[in-house]
Design a protein around this ligand. Structure first.
Ligand code: NAP
Length: 321
């Protein structure tokens, strides 16, 4: 009997695909760095029962309309803003993500961004490597403290809470903003709920870890940056489009805020000549929140298990719909 066909849109470690290959014929885009061209994706989707997709793939209505056998899309990410969920529902296609297993890795990276930006770590490392270090100086590359400061987490979910746990170890005051309060986190972490604007006003580090939705799109706009302290550092490890990047550039240029640590951008990859990349008070990373080898393997294995389960008529482990 012919096995169902599954297409993977980016090269993943072979050892993570073993169980999927037992039940399916698996096709895979062979590049690790280059995204699958749209034409190829649409062609593969036409014959696939399962797709293992990346956050950089646009899984839209056009794709669902032209994928008659498709049963499941498993995204290698916890965010799924790249997938048209309504179109998936219309076609009765299950969508899955990879929550929890990436929480700690993403929180580690988010906290590194806080430290790197505040303590000017990237700038300092380049300074040494470029041979600019001629003598020790009392204020040479002096940055801002992180310990005992106030962190304001917008999007206090799984990753937000894991960042708050790290912040507790740095004796920080923890503020958070969600649409709903989290009494458990308040009790466990001493986190205090604030309205969005109160959080912006009071925080030394404003950290965005909210999902990208119609509500959060552009929520860090000109008014938001104006509300922050002049010494504030803005960290975005959620999604780029939650930020009005033009407003962020102006806020940094005009010293409305002091710095930014960014892992995500409106358009990815960010253009090499983007004004954000010319500013020394910006630490910019290439969307590597969950990118540890261990976690990426776990994400791949979970996505494969989700596909296998749905194809077998069972419930996915981590369904979105
Ligand atoms: P989660 O557990 O669902 O947490 C999201 C939190 O955001 C929830 O507590 C939610 O609370 C809050 N939220 C939703 N809408 C909001 C709004 N309009 N205003 C304020 N808060 C809002 O998700 P997670 O696993 O922590 O992941 C969070 C996001 O991080 C993902 O969606 C993804 O975009 C991003 N991420 C990025 C990377 C990276 O590589 N940089 C890696 C992993 C994840 P309420 O529902 O109460 O509002």
């Amino acid at each position: 009997m012919q096995k169902p066909y599954v297409f993977i849109t980016r090269k993943l470690p072979e050892e993570t695909l073993v169980s999927l290959k037992e039940i399916a014929d698996v096709g895979m885009w062979p590049s690790e760095e280059e995204a699958v061209p749209r034409k190829v994706l649409l062609k593969e989707a036409q014959k696939a029962e399962g797709l293992l997709t990346m956050l950089s793939d646009n899984i839209d209505k056009e794709l669902f309309d032209n994928a008659p056998s498709l049963k499941v899309v498993a995204n290698l990410a916890v965010g799924y803003d790249n997938i048209d969920i309504e179109a998936a529902k219309m076609k009765n296609v299950r969508v899955c993500n990879t929550p929890d297993i990436l929480t700690d890795s993403t929180a580690d990276l988010t906290f590194s961004l806080i430290l790197a930006t505040a303590r000017r770590i990237v700038e300092s490392a380049s300074y040494v490597k470029e041979g600019k270090w001629n003598s020790w100086g009392p204020l040479l590359l002096a940055g801002a403290d992180v310990h005992h400061k106030t962190i304001g987490i917008v999007g206090m979910g799984r990753i937000g809470e894991a960042v708050a746990r790290r912040a507790k170890g740095f004796d920080m005051n923890i503020l958070y903003h969600n649409r709903s309060r989290k009494p458990e986190a308040e009790k466990k972490l001493g986190a205090v709920y604030r309205d969005f604007y109160d959080l912006l006003k009071e925080s030394d580090f404003v950290v965005c870890l909210a999902p990208l939705t119609t509500e959060t799109k552009g929520m860090f706009n000109r008014e938001a940056f104006q509300a922050m302290k002049q010494s504030a550092i803005f960290i975005n490890a959620g999604r780029g489009a939650s930020v009005d990047e033009e407003a962020l550039v102006d806020a940094l240029k005009n010293s409305v805020i002091a710095g930014a640590g960014l892992d995500v951008y409106v358009i990815e990859p960010i253009a090499a000549d983007h004004p954000l990349l010319t500013m020394k008070q910006v630490v910019a990373l290439p969307h590597i929140g969950s990118a540890s080898v261990e976690t990426r393997k776990k994400m791949s294995e979970l996505a494969c298990r989700n596909i296998a389960k749905v194809i077998d008529g069972k419930k996915a482990e981590t369904p979105v719909v």
